[in-house]
Design a protein around this ligand. Sequence first.
Ligand code: DX5
Ligand code: ZN
Length: 223
Amino acid sequence: MKPLVAPSILSADFSRLGEAVRLIDQVPADWVHIDVMDGLFVPNLTFGPKVVTDLRPYSAKTFDVHLMVEHPESLVDQFVEAGADYLTFHIESVVHAHRLVEHIHNRGKKAGISLVPSTSLSAIEELLPFIDLVLIMTVNPGFGGQRFISSMLKKIEALAELRKKEGLSFFISVDGGINHETAPLVLEAGANVLITGSAFFTAPDPAEFVEDLKSLLMYDRKV
Ligand code: DX5
Ligand code: ZN
């Protein structure tokens, strides 16, 4: 199996978001990663549901919505209606995470949970049997173009081991500083979804960049 690649439109020119989604549609990428920031959970502001509604016609690929917001439970329905396929929220922003996962599933969508670098895996262990995806932040969320935090490799490995031990099949997605150098490391640790913002949008040939990432499966993976 090849890794999935999800370019993040956070690194696109915001005056031409439709073109950015069309570009992702035309290359061999799998998902469109959409970073929703509220200026509270993270010190930056990005897209509301209407942007997602307006972008939806530009690609039939999976819309992978990453909610970096406080009170994600108050926004989930609007993003479902806007056309999100995966809704990933942060464990740090929710008390009743299990309830929110159930709600997302009841709306017919996939549920993901994300952890910032300082949050331990133990915070989500009880939820693993219920979720479709774990998004491991490999930078502190808020901005594109930051440097990969290499100590997160141990977290990815530990999560991949847990997944194997429990016989589960959720995606392990990695977000932040993913490029030619770091992608082989995270894949070897057990990740299977590569989110890439600045490296994708600055690549001289974005299609070739995605193909290169997808060919990295040749690396020896633990799971
Ligand atoms: C960061 C976002 C990421 C971001 C990654 O808070 O969640 O999705 O777009 O950008 P790069 O790949 O440039 O680190
Ligand atoms: Zn993201």
